[in-house]
Design a protein around this ligand. Structure first.
Ligand SMILES: [Zn+2]
Length: 476
């Protein structure tokens, strides 16, 4: 089996990474006033995303879900010696699907299997369990060590968590998320993005996230800078247990160890922005909680490595279908079957995934925001930041402290950034009283793509404040 190698060519892997080049900032600023250079025309991000979003096909998502259910069970302990049953057959099918996409990508999409034996702490399970993640990597063209990941888990379970033999169809949980990751790969594999995109079918989620844990650790060990991970888990059922249909939005869960502007919250807002911009009529509901009560998902493994990560889930789960044997009790059906998947809904979730990934992987990395301060002579907020090398411009956002998402946007021309003594940039948000709002900065690419928003340290985060005297901008 192939070990995962996200590490790119040895030269790139060993080259020191220098995303922020202060000297280049002045040149970048000056370049805005210079006449446009003769360069290849840039395709607007709106067109790139629109084409990808249009290509998402609910019928292909349905085909994937039905194929995965057709293997009977995809439990980690199920058989691996059959072409038609069990987890071995399921991952072979998935690998063949990713390989078929790779065959049309001119060698740019690389499919690998991450095969490891990992610890498992679940009662009734062996203490060591073999897992195999199916991983398709579309290497970035100019910033390949910056990585965006989307994954669903292909493993499944029934009423007995340790049972590897009886049926465990796992259609909604989580053939639906796996199908979204595969379809997103189809939609984007033919494109070139500056950053790397990784599409994954995870093993072992039901046994303690052990597949994604192995993947997140391997990425961290390889030095990848994961700037966003989306776990699509339970993204197919739209009929609530109350009989109401919920098919116009998804729930986006994000952890927040450092307050409401954690990396995960920043990624969640980027997903909401991408949906608003590129997927009209379908929304991202920001849930300011890491996950549902007492539940977990593969985004947790990435959060644990310090990476921005979110979970996409349907609005109203039907618990009679999750982790259940396929039976009827008192005339009511139990079990996670394809009949309960709304494939048009899963396609919309996939559209949000594709829009988010394409936007972020096209954009420059987020800026580094060092400080914000309220002027002492008027109610203007000043933001001190560095733009990543090559980013043509920044955009500034703010919101009241109690608002979930950004409410105001200020362009670079209006904020008029000036170089500081220490070669950083200082932008001014006129009439914005910093004490009552959160401000942030995002990078904007030449194609109009937007990065995640970066924010300055909150005033009560003393540990994250620049040290007094360390910066000429702070603490005056
Ligand atoms: Zn799941």
């Amino acid at each position: 089996m192939n070990r995962l190698t996200l590490r790119p060519s040895s030269a790139a892997a060993t080259a020191p990474f220098a995303p922020f080049a202060p000297v280049a900032l002045l040149a970048a600023l000056a370049a805005q006033d210079a006449p446009p250079a003769a360069a290849a025309p840039v395709e607007p991000i709106a067109d790139v995303v629109a084409a990808a979003v249009r290509s998402i096909d609910p019928a292909r998502i349905e085909r994937t879900v039905r194929a995965l259910v057709g293997f009977g069970t995809r439990h980690v302990l199920s058989r691996t010696d059959s072409e038609t049953e069990g987890t071995g057959a399921a991952r072979k099918w998935l690998r063949d699907e990713f390989d078929a996409i790779a065959a049309t990508s001119g060698g740019r999409l690389v499919v690998t299997l991450q095969s490891e034996t990992v610890p498992c702490a679940r009662p009734g399970m062996p203490t060591q369990v073999p897992i195999v993640n199916v991983i398709a990597t579309l290497r970035g063209t100019s910033d390949p060590e910056r990585v965006y990941v989307v994954g669903g888990h292909y493993d499944s379970r029934n009423s007995q968590g340790e049972d590897g033999r009886k049926a465990a169809p796992g259609a909604v949980d989580d053939a639906s998320g796996t199908a979204v990751a595969l379809e997103a790969c189809r939609a984007l594999a033919g494109r070139r993005f500056p950053a790397t995109l990784v599409f994954v079918a995870y093993d072992g989620e039901e046994q303690g996230l052990i597949g994604s844990k192995a993947h997140a650790k391997a990425l961290a060990a390889a030095g990848a800078r994961v700037d966003g991970m989306i776990a699509c888990d339970i993204v197919g059922n739209t009929l609530g247990m109350d009989g109401a249909r919920h098919d116009r939005h998804l729930r986006c869960f994000s952890y927040a160890p450092s307050g409401n502007d954690s990396f995960g919250r920043s990624l969640a807002r980027a997903a909401a922005f991408a949906a608003r911009t590129h997927v009209p009529g379908f929304g991202v509901d920001l849930i300011f909680r890491g996950d549902r009560y007492g539940r977990g998902g593969d985004h947790r493994s990435f959060f644990d490595q310090g990476f921005p990560a979110v979970r996409f889930s349907e609005p109203r789960e039907d618990f009679s279908r999750q982790h259940q044997d396929v039976v009827a009790r008192d005339g009511k059906p139990y079990g996670d079957l394809p009949e309960w998947v709304d494939f048009a809904y899963s396609a919309n979730v996939c559209r949000v995934v594709v829009a988010t990934l394409a936007e972020l992987a096209s954009a420059p990395p987020p800026p580094r925001v060092l400080a914000a301060q309220l002027r002492r002579d008027r109610y203007d907020t000043e933001v001190v930041y560095e733009l990543p090398a090559g980013a043509p411009r920044a955009e500034f956002v703010w919101r009241p402290t109690t608002a979930p998402d950004w409410t105001h946007v200020v362009g670079q021309d209006e904020a008029a950034p000036k170089p500081t003594r220490s070669d950083r940039l200082l932008a001014t948000l006129a009439g914005v009283c910093l004490d009552d709002v959160v401000v942030g900065v995002r990078s904007v690419g030449a194609d109009g793509s937007r990065s995640r928003v970066a924010t300055p340290p909150e005033p009560d985060r003393f540990d994250a404040r620049p040290r007094a005297g360390a910066s000429g901008e702070a603490g005056r």
